[in-house]
Design a protein around this ligand. Structure first.
Ligand code: PRP
Length: 183
């Protein structure tokens, strides 16, 4: 069982579901008045954010497109390399659209900093960020996140999309990984 590798559960399946529903309701209220031609495109960053994206989009009561990017910022280790490379781009034309970037976690902020710059160059009507988790830590890039699920401690956390060496993404909750697993 993967759950024996978790030292502490931070957010249960129920807590995550309730918070994601709140974020979806807030997005629905905020974008409800937009003209239909300025459609919403929710862009998720593979692979970690795919689970959050799937749940969030089902809580937004408006027509939207779902699109995916893949970037690489970490290897199989625990520290950011400081490099973000686009491995797969969106297929949607973002010109004139309202883009919502769905991220699982904002850690150093390097990934989002680069992504926002990149997507802004495509001429969207707006760009906002919905991140399930934002780590409380020093040296984080100043990213304006309109929708934040939880402000989380600066621990090595896994589950609900977050991995260590590609494992634990399918845990339905989010918890702290035991240090002896990755040290
Ligand atoms: C994680 C996470 C974010 C990024 C955040 O992705 O999904 O995209 O790191 O870190 P940062 O704020 O320090 O840039 P990762 O590169 O581990 O890939 P994954 O989504 O495939 O797990």
């Amino acid at each position: 069982m993967q759950s024996k590798d978790i030292s502490q559960v931070l957010y249960t399946e129920g807590q995550i579901a309730r918070r994601v529903a709140e974020l979806g309701a807030a997005i629905t209220a905020d974008y409800a008045g937009e003209p239909a031609e300025q459609g919403i495109v929710v862009v998720s960053v593979l692979r970690g954010a795919a689970i959050f994206m799937a749940d969030l989009c089902r809580q937004i009561g408006l027509p939207l497109e779902m699109d995916y990017m893949a970037v690489s910022s970490y290897g199989n280790g625990t520290e950011s390399s400081g490099m973000v490379r686009i491995l797969k781009d969106v297929t949607a034309d973002l010109e004139g659209k309202h883009v919502i970037i769905a991220e699982d976690i904002l850690d150093s902020g390097l990934t989002l900093e680069r992504l926002i710059d990149e997507l802004a160059s495509r001429g969207p009507a707006s760009i906002e960020v919905a991140t399930l988790l934002r780590k409380r830590r020093q040296g984080q890039a100043a990213i304006d996140c309109r929708y934040v699920g939880f402000e989380c401690p600066d621990e090595f956390i896994v589950g609900y999309g977050l991995d260590y060496a590609e494992r634990y993404r399918n845990l339905p909750f989010i918890g702290i990984l035991r240090p002896d697993i990755y040290q």
